[in-house]
Design a binder for this molecule. Structure first.
Ligand code: DX5
Ligand code: ZN
Length: 217
């Protein structure tokens, strides 16, 4: 399991997104949080901004859709240039059909679970996905405290992935920082989203390197 770091631009300066993307060019991904004020009580950005951002950086975009009706909107994010698109299972009407559509359009298909959503009912869907995102805070805002109670779910999910012999990546998002990333890695996560722990620092690139070093152990 190679460690990958995906800095979240939610904690960046939205008026300087191109520069903020460049500030983390050593990162594997750029995590783009799309919020619609319905699925979560916050509003961020949409397809046009993703389109511009994909032209402004060579770092692949990891779009995390915290929106209602992802079945309708997710394919547009692939067309806008996202290399990975994550939809929430709580919002998707037909998650298998949606994952297949995202893949068919040429992006990695990923499904997210809120803290209160268990993995077990979705075991049979795992082969349809390239990544599973386990939220380690309630989605909606950056800078929240990491939920330690999610560690058993990360562990159980890693066991399911191994049991089925899948290549699936396991992403964690929310409160991931130098003080929590080792616990996530130890539990089986391999893709780490970090917003405030990267953009809240003086040197975001150095913060990415420090997180990577900790996760690699
Ligand atoms: C929260 C978003 C996260 C957010 C994480 O709903 O999905 O990606 O940016 O922020 P931190 O790393 O500050 O918890
Ligand atoms: Zn996110």
């Amino acid at each position: 399991m190679a460690v990958q770091i995906s800095p979240s631009i939610l904690s960046a300066d939205f008026a300087r997104l191109a520069d903020e993307a460049k500030a983390v060019e050593g990162a594997d991904w750029l995590h783009v949080d799309v919020m619609d004020n319905h699925f979560v009580p916050n509003l961020t950005l949409g397809v046009p901004v993703v389109e511009s951002l994909s032209r402004a950086t060579d770092t692949p975009l990891d779009c995390h859709l915290m929106i209602e009706d992802p079945d309708r909107w997710a394919p547009q994010y692939v067309e806008a240039g996202a290399s990975s698109v994550t939809f929430h299972v709580e919002a998707a009407a037909a998650p298998v059909r949606l994952a297949r559509e995202i893949r068919a359009k040429g992006a990695r298909a990923s499904m997210a679970l809120k803290p209160g959503t268990p993995i077990e009912p979705y075991e049979d869907l795992l082969p349809e996905l390239d990544m599973l995102l386990i939220m380690t805070v309630e989605p909606g805002f950056g800078g929240q405290a990491f939920l330690d109670i999610m560690l058993p779910k990360i562990r159980r999910t890693r066991e399911l992935i191994s049991k089925h012999g899948l290549e699936l990546w396991l992403q964690v998002d929310g409160g991931v920082a130098e003080s929590t990333i080792e616990r996530c890695a130890e539990a089986g996560a391999d893709v780490f989203v970090a917003g405030s722990a990267v953009y809240g620092k003086e040197d975001p690139a150095a913060a990415v390197a420090a997180l990577r070093a900790k996760a690699e152990g």
